[in-house]
Ligand binder design. Structure first.
Ligand code: SF4
Length: 311
């Protein structure tokens, strides 16, 4: 029998849930025009749904007229962005995930105490850019082992590492080990700053993927944590596809006797997309048996900013 195994936990994390709620509440409280700096979360469906309600997404504060309301996305912003927003007298609502804010605070603390900081992250990812902006003169971003080999700190330099929140747990462990070998004086968090949601979704994929013929990860191309889920399935030897929605399923994916599909969703992908993908897999491709494999329960929630809380 053709089967779908759905991973849990999957989909929305507490930071994404909060960020989207902030935009929805801000629409109710302040109305439009409402500006969001960068995509609120990296998911096409979410962004298009909010755009349809009148939200204007911008990549730069320059695009926003004076005295308007701006929401900072879940990925966080550099102090320079906050400064630019204040200079235009914008009303700021900060949807930065508290777990990203925690990394910013670490960066500021290390910078203040005179450390050079190695930020493990993707150089072009908006979260890493925001964290980097906390102390550009003291932070070096590294992505690979080669980047670490190229570092030239001496043994007497005060050195610390921090990480982006949505990296591969396994790859990051390897990078931290190498940093510690090269620079025994380096300080940092006990393991990394990778968040609970990223960790849990990766663990679920690594359990499910080896027992499936193909793995589908629902998530947008620019979603860091979704890309990592695909890579983790592939690292287990399972063919994996990153899809935005049910329309992305192609008949060729089911050639060669595919009997068992693994399915998960990145932290910014809503559950409605999982339902639609499952429906299409059942109705068009004959995957009639559906089971969920749950590795962990999650009960993390983050509060909304006071001014957006209901009565
Ligand atoms: S993936 Fe992690 S860091 Fe990013 S918004 Fe979700 S909980 Fe926060």
């Amino acid at each position: 029998m053709k089967e779908i195994v759905i991973a849990a936990p999957r989909g929305f994390c507490a930071g994404v849930d909060r960020a989207i709620s902030i935009v929805e509440r801000a629409l109710e409280v302040f109305g439009v025009p409402l500006y969001v700096h960068h995509e609120i979360v990296h998911n096409k469906y979410v962004v298009e749904s909010l755009r349809a309600k009148g939200v204007i997404f911008v990549d730069s504060i320059d695009e926003i007229p004076h005295d308007q309301t701006v929401i900072f996305s879940a990925h966080g912003v550099s102090p320079a962005v906050t400064k630019a927003a204040k200079e235009k007298n914008l009303k700021i609502l900060d949807a930065t995930c508290p777990l990203v804010t925690k990394v910013h605070i670490e960066a500021r603390r290390y910078a203040r105490d005179g450390y050079q900081i190695v930020l493990i992250g993707h150089k072009d990812h908006i979260e890493a850019r925001g964290t980097y902006g906390e102390a550009p003169d003291q932070i070096t971003i590294v992505e690979t082992l080669d980047d670490i080999e190229a570092l030239e700190f001496t043994k007497d330099v005060k050195l610390a590492y921090i990480t982006q929140t949505t990296l591969s747990v396994r790859d990051t462990r390897g990078l931290i080990e190498r940093l510690k070998e090269r620079f025994p004086q380096i300080e940092g968090p006990n393991s990394s700053d990778i968040c609970y949601a990223t960790t849990n979704r990766q663990e679920a994929v690594s359990v499910i993927a080896p027992n499936t013929d193909v793995m589908f990860v629902i998530g947008s191309k620019n979603s860091s944590n979704s890309n990592r889920l695909k890579e983790i399935a592939e690292a287990q030897g399972t063919k994996a596809y990153l899809i935005d929605n049910a329309d992305d399923l192609k008949a060729e994916y089911f050639a060669n006797g595919i009997e068992k599909i693994g399915l998960t969703a990145g932290a910014s992908a809503p559950e409605i997309l999982v339902r639609k993908v499952t429906e299409r897999l059942r109705n068009e491709f004959g995957f009639n048996s559906i089971k969920e494999v749950r590795l962990k329960n999650e009960d993390v929630t983050f509060k909304l900013p006071t001014e957006l809380k209901g009565p």
